[in-house]
Design a protein around this ligand. Structure first.
Ligand SMILES: C[S@@+](CC[C@H](N)C(=O)[O-])C[C@H]1O[C@@H](n2cnc3c(N)ncnc32)[C@H](O)[C@@H]1O
Length: 202
């Protein structure tokens, strides 16, 4: 792809992202795709380079997906699970080499079984946790825990301003209750809004 084509594709993805956000703000949870700074950090924290089974929750327009595909070993299994069917259509067109399913991340344990994968080495999550009710947060975290092998990594991000909200605080507490270790990464000021990555270990 030429740099012009890349710029046009990026612009189109941002437009689709905003359109889908306006239709369903709670599901999408962000006004624009993640920056390359956040993308590099979350994929590194998940340990994608060494993983053999990789799952992505909520790929959206595929910012994290592209970096995962770039960094993963050729033999590694990857599946992206996206609830928004319009975004799934676009991802399938743009990344035909990737397995992208129109489903809820709640169903990850069954999906891994369907693909004959025992458990995941890592999960990269783009889900907008702060806009989910507590029951859905619980179901999704339970699915993440059940899908990971012991010692497997769950990497997710949060916006800095979300920490001021009860839902952001509640989510941090839930992570600490769910995983054996939770590491809080540096603040990525160049992301809009500023964000940081949680690296959690089962
Ligand atoms: C903040 S966006 C992802 C951003 C993505 N990292 C990017 O930069 O394009 C969150 C995505 O999670 C998806 N999503 C929300 N609930 C979901 C669920 N239960 N299962 C799978 N995907 C879900 C939304 O449809 C949306 O595409």
């Amino acid at each position: 792809m030429s740099s012009w084509d890349l710029m046009v594709a990026k612009q189109n993805n941002t437009t689709v992202f905003i359109r889908e956000f306006l239709k369903n703000p709670r599901q999408i949870g962000a006004i624009s795709p993640s920056s390359p700074y956040l993308t590099t950090e979350i994929v590194r924290q998940a340990g994608v380079k060494k993983a053999q089974t990789i799952v992505e929750f909520g790929p959206g327009t595929g910012s994290f997906t592209r970096e995962i595909l770039r960094q993963k070993q050729e033999s590694a299994f990857f599946v992206g699970i996206e609830a928004n069917s319009r975004l799934v259509e676009i991802l399938k067109q743009e990344l035909p080499q990737a397995t992208i399913l129109a489903d809820s991340a709640e169903n990850t344990p069954t999906i891994l079984k369907d693909y004959h994968q025992a458990q995941a080495d890592c999960i990269v999550s783009g889900l907008p946790w702060a806009s989910f009710p507590p029951e859905l947060q619980d179901k999704l975290l339970h699915a993440a825990l059940a899908s990971l092998r012991p010692g497997g990594r769950f990497a997710t991000f949060a916006y800095l301003q979300g920490l001021l909200l009860p839902s952001g605080q509640r989510f941090r507490k839930k992570l600490r209750e769910t995983f054996s270790r939770v590491h809080i990464g540096r603040i990525i000021w160049k992301n809009l809004p500023a964000a940081f990555v949680y690296r959690c270990v089962k």
